[in-house]
Design a protein around this ligand. Structure first.
Ligand code: DQA
Length: 146
């Protein structure tokens, strides 16, 4: 049976390409997702993409993933550092996930050093730029989906 991956991006990640390019690079979210879709098809998994700037919508999408999604790759953006609700949603659906950050959050402001998600995550990737999503996908497929 083909397995399903879900890639979730949180607030302001729709601005990738325009937003602080020295930190986040020049690729847009569409560029990144297009590349990920290619990798997913090469690896033989189905992949869906979701982005929202709204905490409750992110919670709703994670809940919807229950029963249909085998693995989640999530960059929750700033909600990483604030959201008990997103943490509870990920724990509630009991779907393994990797937390991704484009930037190295540990080189940045102290408020970015804490994540509400990390201790529930299979792995945490930060500072690899957009390649972090690709790395997460390869890991997920190799260790969880095949
Ligand atoms: C981010 C890091 C967060 O601290 C920030 O709020 C973001 C993006 C990253 O991908 O590096 O929006 O998650």
């Amino acid at each position: 049976m083909t397995q399903n991956l879900l890639v979730v991006n949180g607030p302001n990640l729709n601005l990738l390409g325009k937003r602080e390019p020295a930190i986040y690079g020049s690729q847009t979210l569409n560029d990144i997702n297009r590349d990920l879709a290619t990798v997913a098809s090469q690896l033989g998994v189905r992949c869906e993409f979701y982005q929202s700037n709204h905490e409750g919508d992110l919670v709703d999408r994670i809940q919807q993933a229950m029963d249909s999604t085998d693995f989640i790759i999530i960059n929750a953006g700033a909600y990483t550092h604030t959201s008990v609700a997103i943490r509870d949603a990920l724990a509630g659906v009991n779907i393994p996930f990797i937390e991704v950050h484009i930037s190295n959050v540990h080189q940045r402001e102290a408020f970015r050093h804490h994540s509400y998600l990390s201790d529930k995550a299979v792995a945490v990737i930060c500072g690899m730029g957009a390649f972090g999503y690709t790395a997460a996908m390869h890991y997920a497929v190799k260790h969880y989906l095949k």
